[in-house]
Design a protein around this ligand. Structure first.
Ligand SMILES: [Zn+2]
Length: 121
């Protein structure tokens, strides 16, 4: 249309404004938006785990769900921990998984740590 367009990202102005750049590589978005996305993915996962294990939920939809630090299923068979520190014998840099599902009858835990894959720039 005979106009000059700048192909650079409008936020960082460093790299081309491609889909890959916007969804995972922009330094401006990385500061906050990618963390928010990670937290929303975890919240949806938490909501579904609560539903599957029989935890009473306040909200009907996952997008309204605000995870609590500790949830217990009806009857107490399962405890679900959100963003809680795990005590370990040695110092471990990341000892705070996103979600822990504890089976109180078996005495076992499942640790879930969510990572959103980044594409290359
Ligand atoms: Zn950018």
């Amino acid at each position: 249309m005979n106009t000059e367009t700048d192909s650079k990202c409008r936020l960082c102005q460093q790299f081309d404004d491609t889909i890959d750049h916007i969804i995972s590589a922009c330094t401006i978005l990385a500061k906050e938006q990618y963390m928010k996305r990670h937290d929303r993915v975890c919240a949806q996962l938490h909501f579904n785990i609560c539903k599957e294990t029989g935890v009473q939920l306040d909200k009907k939809h996952w997008y309204e769900h605000v995870p609590k630090s500790v949830e217990t299923s009806q009857g107490g068979k399962v405890t679900i921990l959100w963003n809680q520190q795990v005590q370990t014998d040695r110092t471990i840099s990341n000892s705070k998984p996103d979600i822990i599902i504890r089976d109180n009858e078996k005495g076992t835990c499942m640790l879930i740590d969510v990572a959103i894959q980044e594409t290359e720039m």
